[in-house]
Design a protein around this ligand. Structure first.
Ligand SMILES: Cc1cc2nc3c(=O)[nH]c(=O)nc-3n(C[C@H](O)[C@H](O)[C@H](O)COP(=O)(O)O)c2cc1C
Length: 132
């Protein structure tokens, strides 16, 4: 899913929090698997965002998510091949906050798949917003 409610919440251990709406398929997947991965998007790759605002279409034979190539991370969560960087987490806490769950995951793996200086897409580049 496209997501921007994300924050680092501890550095020892390294914990990352993600706010996911109850109705999202991703909520079901994170709850069932106990893990999630976060992929950054390159600044010149803006079009990919729209493709991840609907429940995902997975092709296991082709190893694609919505047509984009992925591989399995250390936790088994999918990592997009074209992501400049990824963070792979195991869920440690799930905090219920209104119609979202704030999943707090411990970082078990992370890495760059592009040059570390690659510019990353920011919310203001998308001309979209998320929030009530
Ligand atoms: C720019 C952008 C940011 C978003 N941020 C979030 C977010 O932080 N949390 C969330 O639950 N949904 C967020 N969404 C909405 C989800 O991407 C959308 O509900 C998606 O359909 C969920 O997919 P899923 O049902 O496959 O999990 C955002 C959407 C956009 C376009």
């Amino acid at each position: 899913m496209a997501i921007n409610w994300v924050s680092q919440v501890s550095f020892e251990p390294k914990l990352l929090g993600v706010g996911i709406e109850h109705a999202a398929l991703t909520h079901e997947l994170v709850t069932a698997s106990g893990c999630f991965s976060l992929c950054t998007v390159a600044r010149d790759d803006r079009a990919i965002i729209r493709k991840f605002t609907k429940p995902v279409d997975v092709d296991f034979a082709a190893m694609t998510l919505n047509g984009f190539a992925f591989h399995d991370g250390a936790t088994g969560a999918p990592i997009l091949d074209q992501a400049p960087a990824y963070i792979d987490c195991e869920v440690r806490q799930s905090v219920e906050v209104g119609n979202h769950t704030f999943f707090i995951g411990e970082v078990v793996d992370c890495g760059f798949q592009m040059d570390e200086e690659t510019e990353v897409l920011r919310m203001e580049d998308t001309r979209m917003n998320y929030g009530g």
